[in-house]
Design a protein around this ligand. Structure first.
Ligand code: TAP
Length: 485
């Protein structure tokens, strides 16, 4: 199934509503679980970048004036088409990213949900008449689409991270050029197939493949691109912010180093279940993964024992062929190397290894980037696992004595994306939700992001929002019209 699907998009770019053969050098795309080349992408050339920008600029002239209802209908059609093809699209994603098929399918269905959400929101972008300072005047605040958006995305959620930007852009009346991660380009091209099928006009959505440092950077520097919507590491986000040659709208969804606080009043089994899911899902390659856990001392030993058992019980497998797999391969050698490095650092500095710590054994794992879910206890903030984003299946645990200490430890990071709490005491819940310095706080659950609420980070975790009405407003300029009558 995948070979057929990939042969149609391998080496293609999506420009001006057409799949065209890229003229640049070919770059292999590899199934990380098997070490097999599954296809190739074309490194977009400067000429092709110009064509994509021209086509997006031309399309913006009409798309920005199309009635919101028509844009909404297009998004609903796109959502239906994506949901209807979820199994095939999931297959493509698992082939290039490594996560289990059912998880990939869940991501595709969430992308379809995002299409419908933004379809509904598209018709609710209202202006305002605001109070004025003198008689005879009226002040209108109007929202106008920004223009051409350059979207640059990472490999860990190849559908949703492209889709959120694409849907918001289409809903707002912007046009978009997507540069997906080099590791996971085919999911983005498969989305482009659905865009074409949905009848979204030529040039409204374009997809260019190739290296971030060349193709992504060209979009950042291009005067014809009005906004950059970036998700990725804080280092590249900061580089983008610094390297914009002219003032440009930016939204940056960056790295995380997310804490979980388990207080003395917590339901320990619920906390273990939440910690297991949010630390190891997608092999920990999630910006909102739980990286470090602080447990009230009376619960500490019981928590780490149960947590280690739960981690050991997870089934690892080839995402394509093992339907029982809870977790698959990591997406490439780099995050695996970083996981090993952070683990070695923690052990050298005295952490206790409770689970994992090595690759699983067996023929199924011989060629992929597999690693066992790994827990280290008795961690301190001198260890990289507690201070940096690992982006792998490694989590550090430490005890605390007072809630003030837990808050101080949890906030002791340059990041501010998501934080988690398990507690039953209402006083503790209110105090922690007020004092945790994060864009998202999930209490007695680990699902920080829902479509209806703004999702974004503080400090080095970024600027701007996705999801919710706030996410859509990132794609508009406000215009104040002051009328005298
Ligand atoms: P990055 O290395 O930052 O890459 C992200 C994207 O930027 C890729 O498409 C990459 O292209 C491109 N890029 C690289 N250099 C560039 C440059 N000079 N100019 C323009 N674009 C450039 O991140 P990653 O390793 O793919 O993803 C992991 C990171 O993403 C983690 O830090 C994670 O926390 C973060 N993340 C954040 C969120 C949210 S919502 N905050 C969600 C998911 C992931 P290539 O692939 O070709 O290098």
């Amino acid at each position: 199934m995948t070979e057929v699907a990939l042969s149609q998009i391998s080496g293609k770019l999506f420009i001006g509503g057409e799949f065209v053969d890229g003229r640049g050098a070919r770059i292999d795309v590899v199934n990380p679980a098997r070490g097999e080349v599954i296809g190739q992408i074309a490194a977009t050339t400067p000429d092709e970048i110009e064509r994509a920008v021209d086509s997006a600029r031309l399309a913006f002239r009409t798309w920005s004036r199309v009635p919101a209802k028509v844009r909404a209908q297009a998004l609903h059609r796109l959502g239906d088409l994506i949901a209807g093809d979820a199994a095939r699209m999931a297959h493509i994603m698992t082939s290039e990213q490594g996560k289990p098929l059912n998880e990939a399918k869940g991501e595709i269905l969430k992308l379809a949900e995002a299409c419908h959400f933004y379809g509904e929101e598209a018709v609710r972008v209202l202006g305002e008449i605001v109070p004025n300072d003198q008689n005879g005047y009226q002040s209108q605040v109007i929202r106008e689409p920004i223009g051409v958006v350059g979207a640059i995305t990472p490999w860990n959620y190849p559908a949703e991270l492209v889709g959120w930007k694409l849907c918001a852009s289409v809903a707002a009346g912007c046009t978009i050029i997507v540069k997906p991660a080099e590791l996971t380009p085919f999911t983005a091209l498969a989305i482009a197939e659905k865009v074409k099928e949905a009848g979204i006009p030529a040039g409204v959505v374009n997809v260019l493949t190739g290296k971030g440092s060349i193709v992504g950077q060209a979009l950042v520097e291009h005067p014809g691109v009005d906004k950059i919507a970036f998700t990725g590491s804080s280092a590249v986000g900061l580089h983008i912010q610094r390297s914009c040659p002219s003032v440009k709208r930016l939204s940056l969804e960056l790295g995380g180093n997310c804490p979980l606080v388990v207080t003395a009043s917590a339901d320990i089994d619920a906390a273990v279940k939440g910690a297991t899911r949010r630390s190891f899902r997608n092999m920990g390659q999630i910006c909102i993964a739980i990286n470090r856990i602080y447990v009230a001392r009376p619960l500490y030993e019981a928590f780490i024992e149960k947590f280690a058992r739960a981690a050991d019980a997870l089934t690892i497998g080839d995402g394509l062929s093992n339907p029982a797999a809870d977790i698959g391969s990591m997406a490439s050698a780099d995050p695996l190397a970083k996981t090993r490095e952070h683990l070695a650092d923690a052990r050298e500095k005295g952490a206790r290894l409770l689970a994992g710590g090595k690759a699983p054994e067996g023929e199924e794992f011989a060629r992929g980037f597999f690693f066992r879910p790994t827990i280290v206890a008795d961690c301190t903030h001198e260890m990289k696992v507690m201070g940096e984003e690992t982006f792998g299946p490694l989590v550090g645990v430490a005890p605390f004595d007072t809630l003030e200490e837990a808050v101080a430890l949890a906030n002791d990071t340059p990041y501010g994306l998501a934080s988690y709490v398990y507690a039953r005491d209402l006083q503790e819940i209110y105090q922690l939700s007020a004092e945790l310095d994060y864009g998202n706080v999930a209490i007695n659950n680990v699902d920080a992001g829902i479509m209806n609420a703004p999702y974004g980070g503080r400090k080095q975790s970024g600027i701007g929002y996705e999801h919710g009405r706030e996410g859509l407003l990132e794609y508009f300029n406000f215009k104040h019209v002051r009328l005298y009558h």
